[in-house]
Ligand binder design. Structure first.
Ligand code: PGA
Length: 249
């Protein structure tokens, strides 16, 4: 019922030439793959190259971050309009590295989500607990708070394209993956919160991805869970054969 989305978050890796080499090798590997949606999130300087190279393919391209303002004196930032103007269709919102290193609060995440939707971008809103919160028994509270905070002012109608990514911060880039059971439990908490906010039909339709050390060899155990509607992949998305292996879980 929910189409699986496999997304690559390249973070601050790859020059445009490296990104182009990836695309040239990757597209032939997945060209007949219609079962799942595929999206790439390169850094800003590679966006135009990747969008041009992926044009007409089954691969979508988006930004790792947008600013919530339409335009303005925000040095170093990218607007939603700038992204759509070059053909970008997706954006990550509130990745834990943005929350951790760039002080993004739930309020900022919420504003960015509204801006993304206004511009017709497919947003992937990231939520997840840090290790101390998990160990302190606070996971459920954190997931509920982040979901409620992100969804202020969102209605069942405007929520249609929203994707959530559950990314336990302790599993990101650490090689420690949440077990399928842990991920399913977290996804259920998030979906229940979405149901409270938007009603059960909207919650049933919402895709919730898992992210955190997803690799070709653990992808199928996670993605075969009905509750897990896709993956947001960092490290293992940097090589074409590795990411294609995840797509073909
Ligand atoms: P990872 O990153 O796959 O390298 O753990 C995931 C992410 O940060 O989205």
């Amino acid at each position: 019922m929910r189409k699986v989305l496999i997304a690559a978050n390249w973070k601050m890796y790859k020059t445009p030439a490296e990104a182009k080499a990836f695309i040239d090798a990757f597209l032939p590997l997945v060209k007949d793959h219609t079962r799942d949606e595929i999206a790439l999130f390169p850094s800003v300087t590679s966006l135009a190259t990747v969008i041009a190279a992926a044009k007409g393919s089954n691969v979508s391209v988006g930004c790792q971050n947008i600013h919530f303002a339409e335009e303005g004196a925000y040095t170093g930032e990218t607007s939603a309009n700038m992204l759509t103007a070059i053909g970008g269709t997706h954006t990550l919102v509130g990745h834990s590295e943005r929350r951790q290193y760039f002080a993004e609060t739930d309020e900022i995440v919420n504003k960015k989500l509204h801006t993304a939707l206004k511009h017709g971008l497919v947003p992937i809103v990231c939520v997840g607990e840090v290790l101390a919160q998990r160990e302190g028994g606070k996971t459920e509270e954190v997931l509920r708070t982040q979901t409620v905070g992100a969804f202020v002012g969102i209605t069942p109608e405007t929520a249609k394209t929203i994707v959530i990514a559950y990314e336990p911060v302790w599993a990101i880039g650490t090689g420690k993956t949440a077990t399928p059971e842990m991920a399913v439990e977290a996804h259920k908490i998030i979906r229940a919160e979405v149901a409270k906010l938007l009603g059960q039909p909207a919650a049933d339709k919402m895709r919730i991805l898992y992210g955190g050390s997803v690799k070709p060899d653990n992808a199928s155990s996670l993605l075969n869970e009905v509750e897990i509607d896709g993956a947001l992949v960092g490290g293992a998305s940097l090589k074409p054969d590795s990411f294609a292996g995840i797509v073909q879980y």
